[in-house]
Design a protein around this ligand. Structure first.
Ligand code: URP
Ligand code: ZN
Ligand code: ZN
Ligand code: ZN
Length: 486
């Protein structure tokens, strides 16, 4: 059974044009005019775009004494309804190591996912076992990204020497290190200070994580990556200080990528000063929301190319879970949601305002991250031979965000009340319609697949070549030119 998407305007990261898309099985078979198929999917007055890829989620993640309430089933359903056809979740190792953690994540996700997924593996300490297992993670399990938390002292945080060792291992294996950039020592000290001063509410969370704390860590991670000879990806870039570090590094020729979140682009720090404790606590995440000036910088970075990817960091905790931090903001589970809203929010606040072109929208929601993760052109584009992960994107469908009609199982939405000025008319994952506007049917849990990602993306290969040519070398000297030692 073939399908043909007709009468739409295809938008990719580099152009727009009118053409039909013929899908056979799971892949795109042909792009052209007047194509015929067994089933016609109408894209009149709509765009035909690559399915979104959200490279930053935490579904069912054990964290801060509880477990993120969004499941792989509800999370991937929310993704599909919002036009996202693949997400990359963070796999956190326990005492049994990296491979056992992947097995655990597989057990949780396998029967639940309705979109494709992959994992980033977190490195939360350093040992010979971790060094050895990293090779299997990359070569056998198909995971080419390793995440390092520079914050969450006493829990997930790694020290600089551990990070350097892991980055060097990434360089050898052709894997990409990711960092959560915040100076965990300073955050811990500031948390203590504000609690001692009696600032125990959610505003204390924002005060204890100022932009300088993020900028310092971003600079430090960039230096460590350069010394280790690896590209670097900085997650949830929220402020000018971190963005500036990335810009400076890129101008020097370093391969550093930056990922702002849809939340940081659209919500600001005033949320933490709300008189309603629960309202403010729902928005507690790290790094915290920032001022409008920082937001303007992030938008400019997306347009100019110094920032490449928009993610969600979807880590959704219920109201009850957030209340673990009543009287002590350091105990509020960190995280907010956005899987269903990411694409439409970015369109509304970006394309509809003229801050982004439709092509830039496609680049930062799908194509750029597919290239960074080394799965392009299989994912992230409208390419013959590539997966038919395609969205018929309709700017005439408007909706107001409401907890009453969202797919997330969390009891609130941080974008509540905002009007979204686009939505998927259809979301297709590997050729199958998994969401159709107005039909409200749920895709089959378990239909999604785990996507293996090969090591040595081309940026990695280029950097390895450059580093090999420029590595420090011993200078050979005629013994006659070496004076006798004392
Ligand atoms: O607050 C956040 N971002 N929670 C999820 C874990 C992380 O730091 O990414
Ligand atoms: Zn983080
Ligand atoms: Zn995260
Ligand atoms: Zn409207």
């Amino acid at each position: 059974m073939s399908k043909v998407i007709k009468n739409g305007t295809i938008v990719t990261a580099d152009r727009q044009w009118k053409a039909d898309v013929l899908i056979e099985g799971e892949t795109i078979a042909e792009i052209g005019e007047n194509l015929e198929g067994d089933e016609v999917i109408d894209a009149t007055d709509a765009y035909v775009i690559p399915g979104g890829i959200d490279p930053h989620t935490h579904l069912e993640m054990p964290f801060m004494g509880t477990t993120a309430a969004e499941t792989f089933e509800s999370g991937t359903f929310a993704a599909a309804a919002g036009g996202t056809t693949m997400l990359v979740d963070f796999c956190l190792p326990g005492e049994d190591g990296l491979l056992a953690a992947i097995d655990d994540w597989d057990r949780k996700s396998r029967d639940q996912i309705c979109t494709d997924i992959s994992y980033h593996m977190a490195i939360t300490g350093w040992s010979e076992k971790i060094f050895d297992e990293m090779e299997t993670v990359v070569k056998e399990r198909g995971i080419n990204t390793f995440k390092h938390f520079m914050a969450y002292k006493g829990a997930l945080m790694v020290e600089d020497d551990e990070m350097f060792a892991s980055f060097r291992r990434c360089a050898e294996l052709g894997a990409l290190p990711l960092v959560h950039a915040e100076n965990g020592d300073v955050v811990a000290a500031l948390q203590e200070k504000y609690i001692a001063e009696g600032i125990t509410g959610p505003e204390g969370h924002a005060y204890s994580r100022p932009p300088e704390v993020e900028g310092e860590a971003a600079n430090r991670a960039i230096m460590i990556a350069d010394a280790a000879g690896t590209p670097l990806y900085i997650v949830h870039v929220s402020c000018e200080q971190a963005h500036e570090a990335i810009r400076r590094a890129r101008q020097k020729g370093m391969r550093v990528y930056g990922e702002p979140l849809i939340q940081h682009l659209t919500l600001d720090e005033s949320e933490y000063f709300d008189k309603d404790w629960q309202y403010a606590a729902r928005r507690v995440m790290s790094p915290p929301f920032r001022s409008k000036t920082h937001q303007d910088g992030l938008w400019a970075g997306l347009a100019s190319g110094s920032l490449q990817v928009v993610a969600t960091d979807h880590a959704a905790f219920s109201d009850e879970q957030k209340r673990m931090g009543v009287g002590d903001f350091t105990r509020i589970p960190n995280g907010t949601g956005g899987l269903e809203e990411r694409m439409a929010m970015l369109w509304t606040k970006g394309v509809e305002t003229g801050r982004l072109t439709p092509e830039e929208f496609v680049a930062v929601t799908s194509t750029n991250i597919a290239k960074i993760l080394n799965i392009y052109p299989m994912k992230g584009g409208i390419n013959v031979g590539g997966h038919a992960d395609v969205v018929v994107w309709d700017p005439s469908i408007h909706r107001t965000v409401s907890v009453t009609n969202q797919k997330s199982i969390i009891d609130y939405n941080v974008f509540e009340g905002m009007e979204l000025k686009a939505a998927p008319r259809y979301t297709l994952s590997r050729g199958e319609i998994i969401w159709a506007h107005g039909q409200n049917s749920q895709p089959r849990p378990g239909r999604g697949k785990f996507v293996k990602r090969p090591a040595f993306a081309s940026a990695h290969q280029a950097l390895s070549k450059w580093k090999a040519l420029n590595t420090p070398r011993k200078i050979e000297r005629d013994p006659m030119n070496i004076p006798a030692g004392v």
